[in-house]
Design a protein around this ligand. Sequence first.
Ligand code: SF4
Length: 546
Amino acid sequence: MLPVQELSSVEDFKANILEAYPPKIAKKRARQIIVNKVENTEDVPVIMANTRTIPGIITMRGCAYAGCKGVVLGPTRDILQITHGPIGCGFYSWLTRRNQTRPTSDQDENYMTYAMSTDLQEDEIIFGGEKKLRAAVEEAVALFHPKAIGIFATCPVGLIGDDVHAVARAMEEKYPDINIFAFSCEGYKGVSQSAGHHVANNKVFTDVVGQDDTFSKPGEFKFNILGEYNIGGDAFEIERIVEDCGLTLHSTFSGNSTYQEFSSAHNVDLNVVMCHRSINYLAEMMDKKYGIPWFKVNFVGAEGTSKSLRKIAQFYQNDDLAKKTEAVIEREMVEVAKVRDDVKSRCEGKTAVLYVGGSRAHHYQDLLREIGVVTISAGYEFAHRDDYEGRKVMPSITVDADSRNIEELSVEADPARYKPRISAEERAKRESEGFEFADYHGMMPDMEDSTLIIDDCNHYELEELLDRFHPDLVCAGVKEKYVVQKRGIPMKQLHSYDYMGPFAGYKGAINFYKEIDRLLNCNAFKFTKAPWDTEPELSATYSYND
Ligand code: SF4
């Protein structure tokens, strides 16, 4: 492995960054900016995460509504989703993440291309908007008569006290064949979009999963993927690979999925989790209520994909499945290796920083590593300590007022439908042999010593980091994109992939290698001069009309 950077240089950078803050803020940020050190293969320093952004700081984060409607529920194609709030919130969640879906015929329902909103106006903010919400549900039923309707609360709705759940109940009484449920995912509900994920998980668990005991797809080895949102077609590529292996993908939460797949998802034998942060709650709750074990996988990166396929095959303990899986890996790796080696010859030794999501900043380091690109700094926008340090720290995470704001469901085994897919003895035996269930080691143990881990990185810190360490590549979101590109540094959006994809699985790995090669070896960036380097600083004064 290539050396990352001098420890003294990183410590010095951290000290300089903190100097600019008032003492109280510096103290807090000091606990969120960590110089990594891995001991005993996975003991890492403690990081502060999932705490409020300091007012005035330009954060990279999104709101709870964005996490609930935009991330978790947004990609499902036939749950009609109504945003109760001003139109701006609705637009924010309208396909900005490039989730894709593939209805089996043009007769199938597909609502994800619509952004349905109650479009609250001043009058409703003053006199209440429940009447308008009921009218919106009536209109949606008249137009589409969907199987299910999700209602999403935004900040103004929470502030004026509209009871979205009461409206959902009343409308469901009126239309008993439609499952109508609401989410208290007001933007301010938590410190970031993470709160919205949790709200989404709870409601999907109580109101959707477990509703249909009869539907099941054919196949011997059925499983769900949790936390894969089909950005740029990622889920399509994963579907292709797992089907070739002989597995049956019952439901993807929530990329390219349907209401029926969700509502019958408890009829499978295994859950695998891609994005740990956004959906670990659902995996845990399905394990407790139905006896479905889960483990973490990663289909980002060719090596990660092979490892995950092997682990799934190993779970089922079937020789034919294992052989078929090996054959798929061997077949796919031929082209992957050819492109990887070619790209690596031009990218080896380049450096990257990643500030994205709640697993992507971890997963994408695998892809970069495969072509020799070294990650010198990474961080999450909305992760909790377990995403950084691993799930073993969960018992030591302090529950504060913001976390308490989100309902923690008390889940018990379903008296009729709890069926442990493997017995407690078998599970213990496998664990003693090294097979890990319900675990995630976190991002920091996978990163080098002296890399900088920054939670809730802000624009000031990112710009300082670019000035000091001159990374060759930045991976972040759209809010950071133009500042970075104007500095002449290639930037890849990892929330929406800009215009590309898939990046998951084998074909996705090839796409990603080629895209990073194109970015890192493109001369155009060398000619880019930041406007603020050559133009005088703009200044302005207020002008008042007397
Ligand atoms: S923070 Fe509130 S007002 Fe802003 S987009 Fe989110 S829900 Fe809407």
